[in-house]
Design a protein around this ligand. Structure first.
Ligand SMILES: [Zn+2]
Length: 262
């Protein structure tokens, strides 16, 4: 263990040209208000080992989709923390939307952990339908299939344990097999990823606009709260306010935000 052992939010991209109506379920009179969004991955650092939660999108994907200023690949941001990509032993994926899967190839030796329900859904015929197609990067799915053939894909069902400090939990709602991570730091942290894109989702009980199953999304809010407990910290997946609630490391403004330490 070292002083820097802990959980970090790494902000790799952002988008300012978006409105609230893109992000919240159902129409309301605030739908046209500007609503910027940040893109994060999260690093759990212990000694010389890193567990990465999600893999962001690539610089090329940012250019292809446009309007997404790119701050650095997850591997580049880990470099700012003093880690090399080879030190990432495990990449846990919350789900398979393009903004969570795009730089897996930067971590060729890592074991990838994913819920089986998520993997199965995106390999099913439904994934080609109009409401889903743009959310998956087919090249990223192909990369996962390559990992599976190399024995580097661990498919899990429901709750699972990485090690005594890190547990994964299937919540669904936003996607078929969305999972969150709980990390036993002091205080404990729940990395909610897209179980709650913004603080407003979970705090106001207001679902996100992209819904796989609405009741499941509410159940996910409840599960995240229960996993955090009274004193835990919930970290939403895309909220620009993470930067204010968890100030950056010196010299790393807007990029490297420590959440808690072991
Ligand atoms: Zn996302």
């Amino acid at each position: 263990m070292t002083d820097q052992d802990g959980v970090y939010a790494l902000r790799y991209a952002y988008r300012t040209a978006s409105v609230r109506g893109e992000h919240f379920y159902g129409h309301d009179d605030r739908a046209t208000r500007p609503w910027p969004i940040d893109y994060f991955v999260w690093a759990i650092c212990r000694g010389d080992d890193v567990t990465l939660f999600d893999a962001g999108f690539s610089r090329a994907e940012a250019a292809r989709r446009g309007r997404r200023p790119y701050l650095g690949t997850p591997a580049e941001l880990l470099g700012r923390l003093g880690f090399r990509a080879e030190q990432v032993s495990t990449v846990v994926l919350s789900h398979l939307h393009y903004d969570h899967t795009g730089t897996l190839a930067d971590f060729p030796a890592a074991t990838v952990v994913l819920q089986r329900a998520e993997y199965d859904f995106w390999r099913s015929p439904l994934a080609a339908r109009g409401g889903y197609r743009h959310l998956l990067n087919a090249a990223d799915l192909a990369e996962l299939e390559r990992r599976e053939r190399r024995g580097l894909l661990r498919l899990v069902d429901g709750d699972w344990t990485l090690d005594p400090a890190v547990t994964g939990h299937l919540v669904g709602g936003h996607t078929a097999g969305l999972q969150v991570l709980r990390v036993a730091t002091t205080p404990p942290v729940v990395l909610a990823a897209d179980a709650s894109h913004f603080y407003d989702n979970i705090d106001c009980d207001h679902p996100y606009a992209v819904v796989h199953e609405l009741a499941g999304m509410y159940a996910a809010f409840d599960r995240v709260r229960a996993l955090a407990g009274e004193h835990g910290v919930v970290v939403p997946g895309h909220d620009p306010a993470v930067k204010q609630r968890h100030p950056a490391l010196p010299g790393q403004d807007g990029l490297i935000h420590p959440i808690s330490y072991f």
